[in-house]
Design a protein around this ligand. Structure first.
Ligand code: G6P
Length: 369
């Protein structure tokens, strides 16, 4: 097992560090930035289905559901197709409206999650076209779906999903870009810029991994906190949810993710000097809004851990701790902002002597209801 961990203390850490390579593996052969092309057989063969779709329904569980939420923002922005993201377990039991012109995308690392599989079967019964985004080749979901695109994350052993999440976002971004190209919903220059930025992501993820020492130092300060709040806006709202999920899964600290602006409708009541608040505060659209959210936390003595864009000064002046990551276009930022949050959870869990790779009560693949 030590050999399989490749010199890392845990599979989770190894998998976090594999992300630059596996994101590249996931777009290799598909993304041709110089030619302005995206080639994915599963999409090309079914392009008309996607183009005729009245809407896209995404079904998934856990971390894969968070990847679906990121995809919702990206699909709607790039390809202007309405998207709904559903927990597979809710979808399957609530007599959902599924039409023949719906495209259903099922996202699953393992390809074996019982609820997701059942949601797929239901969608097929209603005549929808079902597309799978799976990591495990030949898995049940990859076989049950009409078509699909694999993530190339390699085996993910740590129960808490890391590299599966970023590669799912990579695949879904490629699909959204291809559809945008076919529909003409992005300008030519934006389309090319996104392709080029996507190609730069592995290198930037590598830089984001350099926040490891900072994340570890912050972990040492907050490892005994009973609660933690994660806030983000727009593309980074799902990243806040995922950051909170990672922390609770492996460290057993109660954590909640929230859209930053929604804080005033509840979580703000929890903020005092004991409450660490992780804020994803990228220099992007609505930056001024996130700055004012941070001010609201500060005026209630909350402790602010901000994930900022390199060179940021405004948030730095307000936050108790900053973690700097490289700049990219807004839509791709989840691929970077996620990294320090994974590292933060990892170090907190290690310091609390938790079983990082196999947290209590959790399973890697949930094949029962
Ligand atoms: C379990 C795992 C999670 C995963 C979820 C969905 O809860 O512990 O890490 O996100 O299942 O799994 P899937 O394989 O369908 O992505």
């Amino acid at each position: 097992e030590q050999i399989e961990k490749g010199g890392y203390d845990h599979f989770m850490l190894k998998e976090i560090y594999e992300q630059p390579a596996v994101i590249k593996d996931t777009y290799r052969g598909r993304l041709h930035a110089n030619e302005g092309l995206i080639k994915m057989a599963g999409i090309e063969d079914n392009l008309q289905k996607f183009l005729n779709a009245d809407r896209i329904l995404i079904v998934a569980c856990g971390t894969s559901w968070h990847a679906g939420l990121v995809a919702e923002y990206i699909f709607e922005e790039f390809s202007r197709i309405p998207v709904e993201v559903e927990y597979a377990s809710e979808f399957r039991y609530r007599n959902p409206i599924i039409r023949e012109n719906d495209v259903v995308i099922a996202i699953s690392q393992s390809g074996e999650t019982a609820d997701t599989l059942a949601a797929i079967k239901l969608a097929k019964e209603h005549g929808a076209f079902v597309f799978g985004v799976c990591n495990v080749v030949g898995s049940s979901i990859s076989r049950e779906t009409h078509a699909g695109a694999y993530t190339h994350a390699g085996p993910e052993i740590g129960v808490a999903s890391t590299k599966a999440f970023t590669t799912q976002i990579t695949v879904l971004t490629l699909i959204a870009l291809r559809l945008a190209q076919a529909k003409g919903t992005l300008t030519n220059s934006d389309f090319h810029r996104y392709l080029q930025e996507l190609e730069l992501i592995p290198e930037k993820v590598q830089q984001a991994l350099e926040t490891n020492d900072t994340a570890k130092a912050i972990a040492a300060i907050y490892k005994d906190a009973p609660n933690c709040l994660y806030l983000g806006r727009g593309y980074n709202f799902p990243v806040a949810l995922e950051g909170a999920l990672k922390l609770k899964e492996i460290s057993y600290i109660h954590a909640e993710g929230y859209p930053a602006a929604e804080m005033k409708h509840g979580p703000i009541a929890l903020i005092d000097e004991q409450m660490p608040v992780v804020v994803i505060a990228q220099k992007q659209e609505h930056y001024d809004k996130i700055v004012s959210n941070i001010q609201e936390i500060k005026s209630r003595s909350g402790k602010i851990i901000a994930v900022v864009t390199e060179g940021d000064t405004q948030v730095r002046a307000l936050a108790d701790h900053v973690i700097e990551i490289p700049r990219t276009v807004d839509a791709l930022s989840p691929l970077l902002t996620t990294i320090p949050l994974q590292l933060l959870s990892y170090h907190i869990a290690v310091m609390r002597e938790c079983n990082v790779d196999q947290p209590r009560n959790l399973a890697k693949s949930v094949t029962v209801e």
